[in-house]
Design a protein around this ligand. Structure first.
Ligand code: ZN
Length: 396
């Protein structure tokens, strides 16, 4: 039916559109009037208003400072409880010796479980993997990486490579999730925390023993609690990692000059935000999280709530955020067959890395940016990574 009365026009088709569906219970609808096309047009009109407009290195630095301030506000970081009013009160609650899986690798590793206070009465458990024979930085102290996790790994357990838990073992096999342990096997101290909503920090809805609850996180519940208060999930996660950096500084045992952050998937998201906003992170590795948002988060709009920061897309795309890491060493890894690349495939990641590369080029640091392509679906891939990481061990 077409209504054209008083200037009000609706459907341009004359079909009835609805009929009883084959299941006999619902209506089958021939044509839907969904929201995505309008949202894509809106995105194209108003996105990336704060992308770097061009200029020289001095202009770029002014842009970096301005954008960081805007992003801190969007993430709600300035609303987090002040570090000055909240001591970390660190505690070591467990210390065990673990052996590397690889029989060819003789290095023993000590695993600590620590607790730190990230906001008043908000605690973050974290595994610390300490190799017996660590790789040393320019100051003679062990080199150190923060290793945030993503989804579907039970939080810190998979990244720290905790063995003997079948659900964790499967996650490690599927995603090569134990990068915290793999780095420790190569001599790096690694800190593998539980993000809010994961592992020991799950909110009430998933505080159960079944495998699905154990592996997943309560990002949606966090978003519901946070966003009406002006906070965001991404902001809370990056805040907690900033507090973990503070812990490393206060512990004063490891090299701060080459402190890194290394993450896959949602851990890549946390690494992206932390390194972009906190210069104490001197180098970064991001796997499985460098996508243009139009394809990967707007067209593919079923991703987790932690990816969605209110107001962000009006300002920047992911490559713009990543370019804030320049000129510090950055390795980005993209899997060719990663479904999160979106409908156009890995070119969607390549375009974002091109944005980052232009910043590194501007600052004369193009050799500090490495983009690795790996075959296969969404996973962390070791190929070429350890060489790329080692190349940045001393040059800082
Ligand atoms: Zn999430």
């Amino acid at each position: 039916m077409v209504l054209n009365d008083g200037g009000v026009t609706s459907a341009d088709d004359t079909s009835a559109n609805v009929a009883l569906a084959g299941n006999g219970r619902t209506l089958h609808i021939d044509r839907y009037y969904d929201t995505l096309p309008g949202m894509l047009r809106r995105y194209d009109r108003q996105a990336r208003r704060e992308a770097f407009p061009g200029g020289d290195a001095r202009d770029w630095q002014a842009w970096q400072a301005r954008l960081r301030e805007q992003l801190r506000t969007l993430l709600g970081l300035d609303l987090m409880e002040s570090a000055g009013q909240c001591p970390l009160n660190p505690r070591v609650t467990e210390r065990v010796r673990v052996e590397a899986d690889d029989a060819d690798d003789p290095r023993g590793i000590v695993r600590e479980r620590i607790l730190i206070q990230v906001e008043p009465d908000v605690w973050m458990p974290c595994y610390v993997l300490i190799p017996e024979h660590p790789r040393l930085g320019a100051d003679g102290r062990p080199l150190c990486w923060l290793c945030p996790h993503g989804h579907q790994g039970g939080g810190k357990y998979s990244v720290a490579g905790v063995r003997g838990v079948p659900a964790v073992d499967d996650a490690i096999r599927r995603f090569h999730y134990d990068y915290g342990l793999q780095l420790a096997c190569r001599g790096y101290v690694t800190l593998c925390p539980d993000a809010r909503g994961f592992g020991e920090r799950r909110d009430a809805r998933l505080q159960k023993d079944d495998e699905r609850s154990f592996l997943r996180g309560t990002c949606a519940q966090l978003a519901h609690m946070a966003e009406p208060l002006g906070l965001t999930v991404a902001g809370m996660l990056v805040w907690d990692l900033m507090r973990l950096v503070e812990y490393v500084r206060e512990r004063d045992e490891w090299n701060m000059g080459a402190l890194g952050c290394f993450g896959f998937s949602g851990g890549g998201m946390q690494t992206l935000w932390l390194a972009a906003l906190d210069d104490r992170i001197r180098r970064a590795f991001i796997s499985g999280y460098m996508y243009g948002v139009r394809d990967s988060l707007l067209t593919m709009n079923g991703n987790c709530s932690c990816n969605y920061v209110p107001g962000l897309w009006n300002l920047v795309d992911m490559g713009d955020v990543g370019s804030l890491i320049a000129p510090r060493p950055l390795v980005v890894q993209s899997c060719i067959g990663d479904h999160l690349n979106g409908p156009r495939g890995v070119v969607n990641a390549d375009e974002q890395v091109a944005i980052i590369r232009s910043a590194y080029r501007m600052l004369g640091a193009e050799n500090h940016l490495t983009h690795l392509h790996a075959p296969g679906e969404h996973h962390f891939d070791e190929t070429g990574v350890w060489d790329a990481i080692a190349a940045s061990d001393q040059g800082l």
